[in-house]
Design a protein around this ligand. Structure first.
Ligand code: ATP
Ligand code: MG
Length: 213
C-alpha cells in the first residue's frame, strides 16, 4: 500500500481538503484539525463547506445557514489556505456529502484528489453515510483523532476492507475537547466562549444574539 502523500507525489495530482460540518458555530477544534490535516497531507487548500440542512440533525434547531456561513468566513479568512463554499447552503434538500463530492469531482476534474476531513465521532459514523461505497471511490477520508480514539477509526477501516485501507486514513491530532453543542450551552448560560472560537466569531454571536434562547 502507498500512503496518499507518496501517491500524490508520484502522480503529481492536486490535493484539496474538504471540511464539512454544521459549524453552529465554527470553533477552534475545527480550525486546528483542518490545519493539521492540510500540513500533514500537503493540501493545496481546505474548503470549508457549511451544511445547508444537515441530514443527521433533522428535528434539531439549527441556526440559519447565513449566520453559520458568515461565521465560517470570519473564522477562516486569516488563513490563505482556507476557503469557504456556499454550495451546500444553496442546494435545496438534505445536505448529503455524496452530492457535494460529485459536484467537486466535476468541478476539479479527475486529476484532483479530494480529502474529506472528519473528527473521530464523524469517522465512526461513516458506515451510516448515504452512498458511502461510492463516496470512498471518489475521495479519501481523514479521521483526525487523539490517541485514545484510534481503535474506533481502525475498526471502521477494517469494516470497509480493501477500500477502507486505501481510502480511510487516520491522523493523530492534538484534539481539543470543544464542541459546538458546548459553545451554544455556554452562551445560553452566559458563560465565556473567549479563545474557544475566533474573536470575530465571538463578537458576531454577541452582536446577533445567537444561542441565547
Ligand atoms: P455539534 O456539537 O453541534 O455536533 P461539532 O462541534 O461536533 O458540533 P460539527 O459541525 O458537527 O461540530 O462537526 C464538523 C466536523 O468537525 C465533524 O467531522 C466533527 O467530527 C469535527 N469536529 C468537531 N469538533 C471537533 C474537535 N474539537 N476536534 C476535531 N474535530 C472536530
Ligand atoms: Mg457534531
Amino acid at each position: 500500500l502507498i500512503c496518499p502523500k507518496e501517491l500524490a507525489l508520484l502522480t503529481g495530482k492536486r490535493k484539496i481538503g474538504i471540511m464539512g460540518g454544521t459549524f453552529d458555530p465554527i470553533h477552534i477544534g475545527h480550525l486546528v484539525t483542518a490545519e493539521a490535516v492540510r500540513i500533514e497531507y500537503d493540501l493545496e487548500r481546505v474548503l470549508f463547506i457549511p451544511a445547508g440542512h444537515p441530514p443527521h440533525k433533522q428535528g434539531a434547531v439549527v441556526t440559519s445557514p447565513l449566520h453559520r456561513y458568515i461565521m465560517t468566513i470570519m473564522a477562516t479568512c486569516s488563513n490563505p489556505s482556507f476557503t469557504v463554499s456556499s454550495m451546500e447552503i444553496e442546494r435545496p434538500g438534505p445536505s448529503y456529502t455524496i452530492d457535494t463530492i460529485r459536484t467537486l469531482v466535476e468541478q476539479y476534474g479527475g486529476q484532483t484528489e479530494l480529502f474529506f476531513i472528519t473528527g473521530a465521532d464523524a469517522t465512526g459514523d461513516l458506515p451510516t453515510w448515504n452512498n458511502i461505497e461510492d463516496l470512498l471511490d471518489l475521495c479519501h477520508f481523514v479521521g483526525a483523532t487523539r490517541p485514545g480514539c484510534i481503535s474506533m477509526i481502525d475498526s471502521v477501516i477494517q469494516q470497509f476492507g480493501t477500500k477502507g485501507r486505501q481510502r480511510i486514513h487516520r491522523l493523530t491530532t492534538p484534539e481539543l475537547e470543544i464542541s459546538s453543542t458546548d459553545i451554544r450551552e455556554r452562551v445560553r448560560k452566559g458563560r465565556s466562549i473567549k479563545y474557544i472560537v475566533p474573536e470575530a466569531v465571538e463578537q458576531y454571536i454577541i452582536r446577533e444574539g445567537l444561542y441565547r434562547a
